[in-house]
Ligand binder design. Structure first.
Ligand SMILES: [Zn+2]
Length: 419
C-alpha cells in the first residue's frame, strides 16, 4: 500500500537523503563493527530509509507549539532554526506529532485565568496551523485518525497537556480539554501543584496525588485521555500506578539506570508502566541520555549566567520572549561547552527498556523545541532516520522498528479509547 502521496521533487530529496544516510551508515559500521557484529549485508544497508518510511512514526512530545504561540511562526515552512517544521517532518519521515500544550507556571502561574488562557491560546495555535494548511495537516484524536491521515499522505497533529495547571483545580476542565482534542496529560511539569508532586522541585519529593489528583486520573481514564508520568515525582508516579485502570505512558523520559536524574524512570517504574500495558517514550535531550551531562550543564549555566542576564535585559518583549532570548544563548553555549551525544546513546536507552520489559513498551518523545541541546546526529526531525539506522545496526527487525516508531503508541491509544 502506498501510504505517502509525493511529488517528484520530494522523491529526489528522499533519494539524496538516502545516499547521505547510506554513507553515514557505512561510516558507522566501518568504525563500530571493528569490535562488534559483522558488517550488515548489502540489502540491510540499503533498507533503513524504506523501513523507516513504511512505519507510522509518532513523536509523543514536542514544544514547537511555543514557537507558534510565542514567536508567531508558521511551522508549515522550513524554519532556519529550531528542530521541527512540516518540511523537515517530511524529510525525516515523521508522520504524527503530539504538540505539547505547555503552560509554563513560572510565567503563566500554576492555575487561574492566565494559565487557562495560555493553554486555550496554544490549542488555538495548533488548530489554526491545521486550518491554514489543510493540504499538509489534519487534526487527529484517535489511533484510527492517525492511520487514515497518514495513509492519505498528510501529517497528523495531536495535542497533550504538559502539566495540569490549566485545570485550575476543577475536575470538569479535564473534559473541557478532552473535547478540545487533548489526548494525554502529564499531571505536572517541573513545578508541583497542591494535588500532585513534581520531580522538579523539593516539595515533590514528599508529595504524591491527593484525593483531587486521584479523581483527575480516574476522569482521564473515563474519557480516554492517556495519563503521562513524565515530570511527576516518584510518589506521584506510584499513586498514578495504583489509581489508573488504563495503560499509562511516559511521553518523554529515559532510564535512570543509565542517566541518573529525577526526570528519568527507575527499572521498577519502567516495569510498572509495562505491566499497565503502557509505553516509555525515550527523549532526545542529552541531559536525560548521558551520565554526568546534567552536572556539567549546571556548571555551564553558572558560567553563562551573565550572558543569560544580558540577553534577557536586551529583549524588550514579555517574560515568554525573554525566555526565548535566553534559550538562544543556551543553545549556542551548550553546543560549544558541553560534550556531544549521538543517537547511539538513545539506542542504549531503548536497548535497556527492551531488555527489561520487551519490545512492546518503548516509543519516542523527542522534546524538540523544548530543549537547548539535541544529539549531534539528530539536530532536527529531518535526521530521525539516523535513529532507525542505528537500531537496524543493533539487530532490531522491521517489526520491532514499527513498534518503536509508533506501533506501540497506536496500541495504547486504541486501548485507552475503549470505554
Ligand atoms: Zn517536558
Amino acid at each position: 500500500m502506498i501510504r505517502h502521496v509525493r511529488k517528484k521533487s520530494t522523491l529526489l530529496l528522499i533519494v539524496a537523503l538516502a545516499l547521505s544516510l547510506l554513507n553515514n551508515c557505512r561510516m558507522n559500521t566501518e568504525t563500530k563493527n571493528q569490535t562488534a557484529s559483522p558488517s550488515p549485508s548489502k540489502s540491510s544497508i540499503s533498507d533503513p530509509l524504506e523501513i523507516h518510511r513504511r512505519a507510522i512514526s509518532i513523536d509523543m512530545h514536542a514544544d514547537t507549539t511555543q514557537r507558534m504561540y510565542v514567536e508567531g511562526l508558521d511551522i508549515n515552512n522550513r524554519l532556519p532554526d529550531g528542530h521541527l517544521d512540516a518540511v523537515r517532518m517530511r524529510e525525516g519521515g515523521l508522520d504524527a506529532q503530539f504538540f505539547s500544550i505547555w503552560v509554563n507556571p513560572e510565567i503563566y502561574g500554576g492555575g487561574g485565568p492566565v494559565a487557562v488562557k495560555s493553554a486555550d491560546d496554544q490549542i488555538r495555535s495548533v488548530q489554526e496551523l491545521v486550518k491554514k494548511h489543510p493540504d499538509t495537516w489534519e487534526l487527529a484524536a484517535t489511533a484510527a485518525d492517525i492511520r487514515r491521515i497518514v495513509s492519505g499522505g498528510k501529517l497528523a497533529a495531536l495535542m497533550g497537556l504538559e502539566g495540569g495547571y490549566a485545570l485550575d483545580e476543577r475536575l470538569e476542565n479535564v473534559e473541557k480539554y478532552y473535547k478540545l482534542g487533548v489526548r494525554y496529560m502529564s499531571v505536572t511539569w517541573s513545578v508541583s501543584t497542591n494535588w500532585a508532586g513534581s520531580s522538579g522541585d523539593s516539595v515533590g519529593q514528599s508529595r504524591g496525588l491527593n484525593d483531587f489528583g486521584r479523581q483527575v486520573v480516574r476522569e482521564m481514564n473515563r474519557l480516554g485521555m492517556m495519563v503521562d508520568v513524565s515530570h511527576v515525582s516518584d510518589r506521584t508516579f506510584w499513586d498514578i500506578v495504583s489509581t489508573s485502570s488504563k495503560p499509562i505512558i511516559a511521553t518523554h523520559s529515559n532510564c535512570r539506570a543509565i542517566a541518573n536524574v529525577p526526570r528519568n524512570l527507575t527499572d521498577e517504574m519502567i516495569q510498572a508502566v509495562a505491566k499497565s500495558g503502557g509505553v516509555v517514550c525515550v527523549v532526545f535531550f542529552p541531559e536525560f541520555l548521558e551520565p554526568g551531562w546534567s552536572q556539567k550543564r549546571q556548571q555551564v549555566d553558572a558560567q553563562i549566567a551573565p550572558l543569560l542576564r544580558r540577553a534577557s535585559d536586551a529583549e524588550a518583549g514579555d517574560a515568554a520572549h525573554k525566555k526565548v532570548a535566553r534559550d538562544r544563548v543556551r543553545i549556542e553555549e551548550y553546543a560549544r561547552r558541553l560534550p556531544p551525544v549521538t543517537v547511539s546513546r538513545i539506542a542504549d536507552h531503548i536497548d535497556h527498556i527492551v531488555k527489561l520489559v520487551g519490545i512492546d513498551h518503548v516509543g519516542i518523545g523527542s522534546d524538540f523545541d523544548g530543549v537547548q541541546a539535541v544529539p549531534s546526529d539528530l539536530s532536527s526531525v529531518a535526521q530521525l532516520p539516523n535513529l532507525t539506522v542505528e537500531l537496524l545496526r543493533r539487530g532490531y527487525s522491521e517489526e520491532d522498528i514499527d513498534k518503536i516508531l509508533g506501533g506501540n503508541i497506536l496500541r495504547v491509544m486504541e486501548e485507552v479509547e475503549r470505554r
